[in-house]
Design a protein around this ligand. Structure first.
Ligand code: SAM
Ligand code: SF4
Length: 465
């Protein structure tokens, strides 16, 4: 069924909405921002109105509204994870990516299960608990089983204080049967980016391989849902085409998932094109997204889909990452390497990486920085382990409920990090933040947080509610 036209992306409807709303007056913008404050999401024309804002005062209003919504729903939590690249072998020809099949300028490697285990030990040694498995679209002789084996390897590594408690996956679109296997392997989120929703551009930048098939990719989240994976991540690679079009198309994709399955994506990623070895388009994006527009994108997404997490990777600089926390970002990667083997053989910005990084700081430094800004780094994996995924998660994501679970769990997982992995400087900043945060809490949330923190302080790991 899913080899037909992905007709839920309706280009005419998108352009009509952009054209109709390209010169909104202040009253029109204020109406949309007022609606956004109710935290029930926005429709296509609302999003088109917000993309048209250029007046600095109105932009500030957009950012303030996004900040209020973010703080109400997510509080000061920031979930932390690291990508784990297991292979840079790929049969596709994506012009922007260093891993593309014909690129001879990178060294190819497919990690063995032993090498993957070593990467995981290195990550656990830093204090990571959540990993995003990433691979090019070409597996060794065991085929897709290689990915399943790798997931098992990751979960099987245990050290004195740590283990990876959630494996999310970003690999090429699968068949429904393969998605079922992936579900059984115990993954958290399955993530896939359409890169560009604009068909003509899609064909221009994906020259060969299975990925050239727009529809196969566009329907992939439907197949994943049907296979029982209800924690899904979507995204666009910003810089390939007009960001206004991409935002509206992403809204259509989300609306389609909600209509068909009753639940939308769990996360949205906002990768922006970064230089990549031997890629001209990556260094000279056809539709460069300025820093101000990038912040606008994050703020608009926060208002359009208030209960969906927004992920900010280390593609962006520390400064840009800091700025977007206040606008809606709820998850960040830290201490990342994008070359297979990059954690065990620590070489920063290896030319065999997928793209160059904007934030090179080690995890401990990121954690200290984030904490000194008042954000609580969270390594929590409770929801997925308690089966709170898909619609159950969305129900819980209501502001009141999140405070009762996420805030105490964020604090206890952060305390665990401080006890087992942090540098003395980070411990100092972190403990201060934990105390301040608990003092500002009340009722059941406070009681739960105090109880969990006490247990971690007594040496108990992995406590959550
Ligand atoms: N190979 C699979 C695929 O393409 O779906 C798995 C994920 S790929 C390794 C991860 C993502 O990196 C891609 O979906 C793309 O959005 C992003 N990416 C590729 N080249 C990039 C670049 N030069 N700058 C920023 N992000 C890039
Ligand atoms: Fe391969 Fe993914 Fe890179 Fe495309 S983006 S070349 S599919 S690894």
């Amino acid at each position: 069924m899913y080899n037909v036209q992905a007709d839920f992306i309706n280009e005419k409807e998108i352009w009509d909405a952009i054209e109709k709303n390209q010169n909104p007056d202040f009253e029109g913008i204020n109406d949309v921002l007022k609606k956004a404050s109710e935290m029930k999401g926005l429709n296509l024309s609302d999003v088109a109105v917000l993309t048209s804002i250029s007046d600095p005062k109105m932009l500030d209003k957009l950012f303030e509204t996004a900040n209020r919504v973010k703080e109400t729903i997510y509080g000061k939590r920031l979930v932390i994870f690291a990508p784990l690249y297991i292979s840079n072998l790929c049969k596709n020809e994506c012009l922007y990516c260093a891993f593309r099949a014909t690129n001879k300028e990178i060294v190819r490697s497919v990690l063995s299960q032993k090498q993957i285990a070593n990467e995981v030990k290195a990550l656990i040694g830093q204090g990571q608990k959540r990993v995003l498995l990433v691979a090019g679209e070409s597996y060794p002789k065991e085929g897709f089983q290689y990915v399943l084996d790798s997931i098992k390897t990751i979960y099987d590594v245990k050290t004195e204080h740590g283990e990876v408690r959630r494996v999310n996956v970003n690999v090429a679109p699968l068949k429904t049967e393969e998605f079922m296997e992936l579900k059984k392997s115990g993954i958290g989120t399955y993530q896939i980016f359409q890169e560009t929703y604009h068909r003509e551009t899609y064909l221009k930048v994906h020259l060969g391989g299975k990925k050239r098939d727009y529809n196969w990719r566009a329907w992939s989240l439907h197949r994943a849902m049907e296979a029982g994976i209800d924690d899904l991540g979507i995204g666009v690679l910003f810089g390939l085409f007009d960001y206004r079009f991409e935002l509206l198309a992403m809204m259509q994709h989300i609306a389609e998932l909600e209509r068909t399955f009753g639940v939308g994506p769990h996360t949205i990623s906002v990768p922006r094109l970064e230089p990549a070895t031997n890629s001209d388009i990556a260094s000279h994006p056809p539709f460069p997204v300025s820093d101000i527009d990038f912040r606008k994108i994050v703020a608009i997404l926060r208002l359009a889909v208030p209960y969906t997490g927004i992920i900010m990777s280390t593609r962006e600089t520390a400064k840009m990452r800091r700025e977007t926390f206040a606008l809606g970002v709820s998850q960040i990667s830290a201490g990342s390497r994008t070359n297979p083997g990059g954690y065990e053989n620590d070489k920063e910005d290896d030319p065999s990486g997928q793209f160059s990084l904007g934030d090179h700081r080690p995890l401990d430094e990121v954690i200290r920085d984030v904490s000194s800004m008042g954000y609580i780094p969270s390594f929590c994996t409770a929801c997925y382990r308690l089966g709170r995924t898909g619609q159950d998660f969305m129900d819980l994501a209501k502001p009141g409920d999140i405070k009762l679970h996420c805030a105490p769990n964020a604090l206890s997982s952060f305390k665990e990090y401080l006890m087992n992995y942090a540098s003395p400087e980070t411990v100092k900043v972190g403990n201060q933040l934990i105390n301040q945060t608990i003092n500002s809490m009340s009722g059941l949330a406070k009681q739960r947080a105090e109880k969990l923190i006490k247990r971690v302080a007594e040496g108990k790991d992995d406590v959550y509610c």
